[in-house]
Ligand binder design. Structure first.
Ligand code: TA6
Length: 301
């Protein structure tokens, strides 16, 4: 559909507009009294969310690609139907197959509370079947308001079980990674992917002094990013998710990533809503599984 057709069918006057974004990719611009947001149809990728009266909550990297076939780096990449590298074939794309697909718009509406509810969808086809031989339909429901809700809903349209791992790989904007902390994972066991060891979090909040890439399994906890310099706490609550990943690439990994600016890593922190590691999701034929991340921001003082 053209931008004009998308606006005709799904636009909401002065609040929801389809436009041509970076890389000439089509995107949805939300400007409501409650918040602003930007969602690219490429990968159903939310790149911006800013509640009224707050600074932008998501980090967008200035060197990100905005190209067909390549993932956007920043905002909320959708990792599905696998998280991380493919378990057996290193030639397969990292983090699955849908973050580089063009998703379709299923509906856009304003609810009674003034939130904008955007439903995007994608489903299996010959191309995805080559990469992952299963039939599925996945919807991404984004509710944009003073709070952000993102729900990844996967329906098994196959006649055999689906086994998936998945993530809402959210990049948050922070003042300086050296000066923020994460609460909610105290004392929990995790896989430290940098050191390659299983270990335990400290009893207190997480602090960051170097590259941090950790998978916390078996946790449904709400996490908080405490950012005193920005006078805010970002709450990451979740449903249908049994793992949380925390990531900052630090200086060397940033330099090694071709689509990451060298000097922006201090301003980002990923706290990801995940099912991965041994937290694998099994979906029976005909069933639907939902994983939801609910983001809210409060002032510290
Ligand atoms: O979620 C953390 C992680 O798995 C890291 O290991 C790093 O690979 C990051 O995702 C980014 O992955 P990407 O494929 O987007 O470069």
């Amino acid at each position: 559909m053209s931008i004009e057709q998308l606006n005709e069918q799904f636009g909401i006057d002065n609040i929801v507009t389809f436009t041509t974004g970076k890389g000439d990719l089509p995107c949805i611009e939300v400007k409501s009294p409650l918040a602003t947001a930007t969602v690219y149809l490429h990968g159903a990728h939310l790149t911006h969310w800013q509640p009224t009266g707050e600074e932008p909550v998501l980090f967008m990297n200035s060197a990100s690609w905005f190209e067909d076939g390549k993932p956007i780096r920043g905002g909320v990449p959708i990792c599905f139907p696998w998280f991380g590298p493919h378990l057996v074939d290193e030639n397969m794309p990292a983090h699955g197959i849908v973050r580089v697909k063009a998703w379709d718009v299923e509906s856009i509406a304003q609810d009674n509370a003034g939130n904008i509810v955007i439903t995007l969808a994608t489903e299996s086809n010959d191309e995805t079947y080559e990469l992952w031989p299963f039939e599925f339909k996945t919807r991404f429901v984004i509710t944009v308001g003073k709070t952000l809700s993102m729900s990844l809903q996967t329906q098994n349209t196959d006649d055999k079980e689906l086994k998936i791992t998945e993530a809402l790989h959210s990049y948050f904007s922070v003042s300086d990674i050296h000066n923020v902390q994460v609460v909610g994972l105290e004392g929990r066991p995790y896989l430290d992917k940098v050191a390659g060891v299983d270990t335990h979090a400290p009893d207190g909040p997480l602090h960051f002094t170097g590259e941090f890439d950790s998978v916390f399994c078996d946790t449904q906890a709400t996490c908080m990013i405490i950012d005193e310099a920005k006078n805010r706490e970002i709450s990451i609550a979740k449903q249908g998710s049994d793992a949380t990943v925390v990531w900052n690439p630090w200086i060397n990994k940033s330099k090694a990533l071709p689509d990451m600016a060298d000097n922006e890593w201090p301003q980002m922190l990923c706290v990801e809503t995940v099912n991965a590691g041994h937290n694998i999701v099994t979906i029976k034929p005909g069933d639907t599984h939902a994983m939801t991340s609910i983001i809210s921001v409060t002032k510290i003082k």
